[in-house]
Design a binder for this molecule. Structure first.
Ligand code: FPP
Length: 248
């Protein structure tokens, strides 16, 4: 179903989702439709990230999580992987001054130690450069996969039990959430709204534990074409839904 902009109009004075997570899909198809190489879609996708970061921050979103590279994306051709590993470098090189102006703080979740050195350095520098910002958290999922994240969390908890720091009965949803990569997001660790672009309606190993009660918004729009008005349309749909968390 493709929503019309006026079907669920966005209301600036209504509830804004605290945490929005986005699966940014369709860069390759966007480029192919324009007879461009796939990486041109990723480059344009980076510009969309800049636009959406600013707009989300100005709307009052507290955390914006973006799925930039999954643990499965290493299977892509080497040239494309190299390009995707260079993107955070270019992104932070050009955008950190704007992030500082907007009071946006960078966070990264994923298996960061497996990233190439230049990517890891760029990410660490951006985190350092924005660490004193107190506004929206721009949370990149880089080399992230939810099943691996949950396995690591399980191992961490098992070790604590083995070392008598925790009993089996003390393992709760809170203990488990604390062991996940999203624990640094505090009370905003679970997304309120999950958006996926490009018409695919899959979760693709993204935040499986954290999306238990999230609202989903799927759109046909390819990520490079996603803009402020589509973000508002998604929030408008979110605002129209009655959220009950399993109760009445
Ligand atoms: C999915 O499109 C997109 C990705 C795997 C990469 C996402 C990266 C960006 C949007 C660039 C911004 C990143 C940073 C760090 C600023 P796809 O290539 O799977 O598209 P397709 O399904 O049409 O082939």
């Amino acid at each position: 179903m493709v929503e019309q902009a006026n079907e669920f109009p966005f209301q600036a004075n209504e509830v804004i989702p605290n945490h929005i997570a986005i699966i940014m899909d369709g860069n390759g198809r966007w480029a192919q439709r324009k007879f461009l190489p796939r990486v041109a879609g990723h480059k344009e996708g980076m510009n969309t990230v800049k636009k959406i970061t600013k707009h989300a921050s100005r709307l009052g979103v507290k955390v914006l999580t973006l799925y930039a590279f999954s643990t499965e994306n290493w299977k892509r051709p080497t040239d494309e992987v190299s390009f995707l590993m260079q993107l955070p470098v270019d992104f932070f090189d050009t955008f950190v001054p704007d992030l500082i102006k907007e009071n946006v703080k960078v966070n990264v979740m994923g298996f960061v130690d497996q990233l190439p050195v230049h990517t890891k350095k760029a990410v660490e520098k951006a985190i350092e450069d924005t660490k004193n910002n107190t506004g929206m958290i721009l949370n990149f999922a880089l080399n992230y996969g939810s099943r691996s994240e949950m396995l690591e969390a399980t191992k961490l908890i098992a070790k604590k039990v083995q070392e008598n720091q925790l009993t089996v009965d003390e393992i709760t949803e809170e203990t488990y959430s604390e062991a996940l990569m999203t624990h640094t997001l505090g009370k905003y660790q679970d997304p309120d709204l999950l958006i996926r672009t490009s018409g695919e309606e899959r979760i693709s190993n993204f935040l499986l534990w954290q999306i238990a009660y999230s609202e989903f918004y799927f759109t046909q729009i390819l990520w490079p074409d996603f803009d402020e008005s589509v973000l508002e349309m998604a929030i408008g749909v979110y605002q129209s839904r009655h959220r009950r968390f399993g109760g009445l």
